[in-house]
Structure formats: structure tokens, C-alpha cells
Design a protein around this ligand. Structure first.
Ligand SMILES: Cc1cc2nc3c(=O)[nH]c(=O)nc-3n(C[C@H](O)[C@H](O)[C@H](O)COP(=O)(O)O)c2cc1C
Ligand code: SF4
Length: 514
């Protein structure tokens, strides 16, 4: 009987040699006349164990990792295909503590299935949500999404159902569903992993969205630096068309939905929704004044859903299992689960999907294992380059939208970047302002000019020039940017700066840099 071996084709695994590992396994099996079936899955999200090779024994998957090409002969010698002991042996994959304690709803299939294999998707509950949606009224689908409590996972946490209802209630001949897959935040990779590991989930979510609001056309605005996600999505879209899950007569029910991938323009601001729409229309990614909201006047001036990858990929499960099933996870107004991404100076970086309500400490130490350097963790930045720095004294904070906002932080897209005690937080604050200066679209003054002046003011503080006055000036400048910027880039760039000033003021007042 052919032994089944899984080697991920996810970019994180490929970046550490998964392709060579897969090739070597195939070559070694052939040389030894061993019959294997090599399958390429997404990542299980345990990045520090990549490339994570799995073998199926008696229906269960057993993990070995991190595997390098030169380990392969030894693995065959040890008979890893029968799960025999080897120094890289990790036991049953789903019983590895990091994985076993997760609540994988949106990522249920990622790392499990072959990403563009439709039969595999169907065998793992795929397209159940769409089948249900096709027998429901548009208003009922939207109501289910509203009742699930799902809030946008792209950053602003706006209730998805309410956005959909606006699109549904706005009359138009043509409406659109757009997926924001620009994923520009530092330390974030959940969109990429989902698109590479389970592209049908996104396609199904967008199709349901189209049926719910009466949109017949969808676009995925994909970060240009994601070639593997591009390949997976393109393949999966073709397969979905051929099998009747996309096109003019979805599953013979007379409903139309067409879907295309468009590559992004490579600027952080193109992830801001109105800038993304400009870019999709073929113009420079520059922010539009709101109102009107994209839900009323979006792509080509038509009512448009703009949702993040994870928001849309969570929809199939909600329609398959019901709003209550999803809503039962989470706390307060933060319902469901969040795929949290651990990055930076952390021992066990990767993706952890859990219901809202666990503590930051649990994430950093129980999952993350503390810093990679072995030194004490000093701070984390949550929510990308515009997120606040949270000091170690606040690591007991609970992860949900409201609690984080209560300490002046935000969850954003769920990326957490860790820093040990060697970090200079004044330099990090400078970096936040510099990032804003580089990435500003230039449309409004507080951001375009303010961020450049902000870098200069921080430099004066670091150089010891009129420190008290310049710290005050920096605080005033932050207020102006928050109050006066047109979009979240200029409006939130002060968050990391202010948090660094609040929690790590001594770093600004060290002996001057010369
Ligand atoms: C500067 C800036 C960059 C953004 N980048 C992204 C991004 O890369 N991906 C994303 O989904 N949302 C991004 N957003 C948020 C979007 O504007 C928008 O809120 C989101 O796509 C809506 O989808 P959701 O409701 O599903 O979260 C960004 C916002 C700002 C202000
Ligand atoms: S805040 Fe910055 S990025 Fe946003 S519209 Fe103004 S200039 Fe453009």
C-alpha cells in the first residue's frame, strides 16, 4: 500500500526548504523502491517546525520537523513512514500542544487538505455554506452574518452583517464584492496562509457574499508579493469555474458570480479600502473622502462590499453551521475566533486560532514560548505598524477588541510582534513616524507633512535638543495627526509613538545620540 506523505507548499515552509525536502523524499522513495503518495498541503501554522513533514499511519497524521533535505535518508532508514522513532519525530500532529489547544474554525482545513483539490475541500465540509445560502433569501443570509457577531478582521472591526445590509439595501444594477488581500501589516500572514492553504474557503465566502447582496462580480485585490497565494487562488478559481461553483449558473440554481484576482500596486496605503478601490479602478492608490461609504458608492461608483480575507473566509462556516455556532465562541462584543499571528523575537512563531478572550501572556508564553533570544520580553506591538506598543506590565490583558482599546491598544489584523529587553523604544517610535512619512499617500497635510516633522522632532529629542519642549511638541503633533488626518494611516501612526512615550519615556531621555 502506498504511504501518504504531506509536505507543505506554503510560502513560509518553502522559504526554509520545503520544495527541496519534497523533491528529496520523492527521489529517496524511488531509489529505495518504496511506494509513496506525496501530497502538498498548506501550513499547520507552527512556523518554527517548518518544513513540517507528515506521514499518515492508520488514518492518523504524524509529524516530523523541522526537516531538512539532508535528514531524509536518515528518516527512511528509521522507517518514518511507519512512524518509527527519530530525533525529529513530534508525534500525532494534532496532539502537538501548540495545535491541540487551538479552536480552528476559519483555519479548520488549512494544512489538512490539498489546497486546490476540490474533492478534498468537499470531503472536509466545503461548500456546505454555499449550498445552504442558495436556498435562503438574501435578507436571511445577511441576518445570519449579523447574528454571528462577525466583525471585520482587516483592522477596523466593523460588523460585517451591517456592511452587507447597506449594500443589499442600496439599489443598483451592478454591485461588487471585493476582497482586501493586501495584507500590509508587519507581522501578519494569516491572509496569506489562508489563501495558500484553503483558497476555496475565500472563494466560497465571496460567492455567498455576492448572493447575499445581489453582486455578480468579485475581485480579490492581492498583495503583489504573494506569488504562491496568487498561484493557489488562480488554480482554485479555475477549478471552481469548471465544477460550476463560479460562473453564470452556480450549482444549477441560476445565480451568477464571477471572480478575478487583481495584483496590488505594492503600497501599504493600497490596503486602505478606498485607496484599494482607486487602485482596482486602475488609478494611483489614493484615499477617497468618505462619505459616501464604499457600501453605497464603491468600485466604479457602485455599491461594494469590501472585506478582509479572514472575514470572508469565516462566512462559509457561519452559513454551514449557523450564526449561533460561531457566536458561541468569544467574549463580549468580540464573537467567534481570531487567527492570531505571532512574530518578531518569539521562540515559537506561527498562527494560533483561538476564541477571543485569552490573555496576551498565554499567547506569548504558552504558545510563543517567550523570546527567541532567551532574554525577557519587554514589549509587543499589536495590530501592525500603526498599533500601540504594549509593555510587559500589561501582558495579562485579554485579547478582545474592547479590552485592548481600553488600554489604548488595538487588535487590527491580529498580528503580534515581540521585542526583548534590548529594544530601544524611542527608535521604534521614530520608525513608526518614518513609516508613515514613506507610506503616506500625500492627500492630507497632517499626515503628509506631520509625519516628516514627527521624525525631525523625535530626532531632536534623541539628540538632546530642547527635550522637554520637543516632547511636548511631539505630543501636540500626535494630537493634530489623530484629529486631522483623512484616513487611518495618519490617524493611527501616532498610536505607537504615544504608547512608546507613555510606557518607555526613559528611552527618549537617554544620553543624547551623537
Ligand atoms: C493604512 C491602512 C491600511 C490598511 N490595510 C489593510 C489591509 O492590508 N488589509 C485589510 O483587509 N484591511 C486593511 N485596512 C482596513 C481597510 O481599510 C478596511 O477596513 C477593511 O479592508 C474592511 O474589511 P473588514 O471589514 O473585513 O475588516 C487598512 C486600513 C488602513 C487605514
Ligand atoms: S492620512 Fe495620510 S495616507 Fe491617509 S489620506 Fe491623509 S495623506 Fe493619505
Amino acid at each position: 500500500m502506498s504511504a501518504v506523505v504531506y509536505v507543505p507548499r506554503d510560502a513560509a515552509a518553502l522559504s526554509v526548504g520545503a520544495e527541496e525536502v519534497a523533491r528529496t523524499i520523492a527521489r529517496e522513495a524511488q531509489a529505495r523502491d518504496v511506494d509513496i503518495t506525496l501530497k502538498r498541503n498548506g501550513s499547520r501554522g507552527m512556523c518554527w517546525l517548518e518544513p513540517l513533514v507528515e506521514v499518515v499511519v492508520a488514518g492518523e497524521r504524524y509529524a516530523y520537523g523541522p526537516v531538512e533535505a539532508h535528514d531524509i535518508p536518515g528518516l527512511f532508514e528509521a522507517d518514518f513512514l511507519s512512524n518509527r522513532p527519530h530525533p525529529l519525530q513530534l508525534g500525532p500532529t494534532e496532539r502537538i500542544p501548540y495545535f491541540a489547544s487551538q479552536q480552528r474554525l476559519t483555519f479548520a482545513r488549512v494544512g489538512v487538505t490539498e489546497p486546490t483539490n476540490l474533492e478534498d475541500y468537499l470531503a472536509h465540509d466545503g461548500y456546505q455554506g454555499l449550498r445552504n445560502a442558495l436556498s435562503m433569501s438574501a435578507a436571511d443570509i445577511v441576518q445570519d452574518v449579523t447574528d454571528s457577531g462577525l466583525r471585520g478582521r482587516g483592522g477596523a472591526a466593523f460588523p460585517t452583517g451591517i456592511k452587507w445590509k447597506t449594500v443589499l439595501d442600496t439599489p443598483a444594477v451592478q454591485k461588487y464584492v471585493t476582497c482586501n488581500a493586501d495584507e500590509g501589516d508587519s507581522g501578519t500572514f494569516s491572509d496569506r496562509m489562508l489563501m495558500e492553504g484553503d483558497p476555496f474557503a475565500l472563494i466560497e465566502g465571496m460567492t455567498i457574499a455576492g448572493i447575499a447582496v445581489g453582486a455578480t462580480k468579485g475581485f480579490i485585490y492581492l498583495r503583489v508579493e504573494y506569488p504562491h497565494a496568487h498561484r493557489a487562488l488562480t488554480e482554485a478559481i479555475e477549478v471552481a469555474y469548471r465544477a460550476g461553483y463560479l460562473g453564470s449558473d452556480i450549482l444549477g440554481k441560476g445565480r451568477r458570480f464571477d471572480l478575478e484576482v487583481r495584483l496590488g500596486a505594492g503600497a501599504y496605503i493600497c490596503g486602505e479600502e478606498t485607496s484599494m478601490l482607486e487602485s482596482l479602478e486602475g488609478r494611483r492608490g489614493e484615499v477617497r473622502v468618505r462619505p459616501p461609504l464604499p457600501a453605497v458608492k464603491g468600485l466604479f461608483s457602485q455599491p461594494t462590499i469590501v472585506n478582509n480575507v479572514i472575514s470572508l473566509a469565516s462566512i462559509p462556516l457561519i452559513l454551514a453551521k449557523g450564526a449561533a455556532y460561531y457566536r458561541d465562541y468569544g467574549v463580549g462584543r468580540s464573537r467567534g475566533t481570531l487567527p492570531i499571528q505571532l512574530a518578531g523575537n518569539i521562540k515559537r512563531g506561527g498562527l494560533v486560532e483561538r476564541a477571543f478572550g485569552l490573555s496576551l501572556r498565554e499567547l506569548l508564553y504558552d504558545y510563543g514560548g517567550g523570546s527567541a533570544s532567551g532574554r525577557p520580553l519587554r514589549a509587543v506591538q499589536i495590530g501592525g505598524p500603526l498599533g500601540a506598543y504594549v509593555p510587559a506590565s500589561q501582558f495579562d490583558v485579554v485579547i478582545d477588541y474592547e479590552t485592548l482599546s481600553g488600554i489604548g491598544a488595538l487588535l487590527g489584523h491580529g498580528g503580534i510582534v515581540a521585542f526583548d529587553d534590548t529594544v530601544d523604544m524611542a527608535r521604534m517610535a521614530r520608525y513608526a513616524m518614518e513609516f508613515c512619512a514613506i507610506e503616506s499617500c500625500g492627500k492630507c497635510t497632517p499626515c503628509r507633512i506631520g509625519s516628516t516633522r514627527g521624525v525631525e522632532v523625535i530626532d531632536r529629542i534623541l539628540y538632546g535638543v530642547d527635550r522637554d519642549q520637543n516632547v511636548q511638541l511631539l505630543e501636540d503633533l500626535c494630537d493634530t495627526m489623530v484629529e486631522g488626518s483623512l484616513c487611518g494611516l495618519g490617524g493611527m501612526a501616532p498610536f505607537p509613538v504615544r504608547s512608546a512615550l507613555r510606557h518607555f519615556r526613559d528611552d527618549f531621555l537617554k544620553p543624547p545620540v551623537r
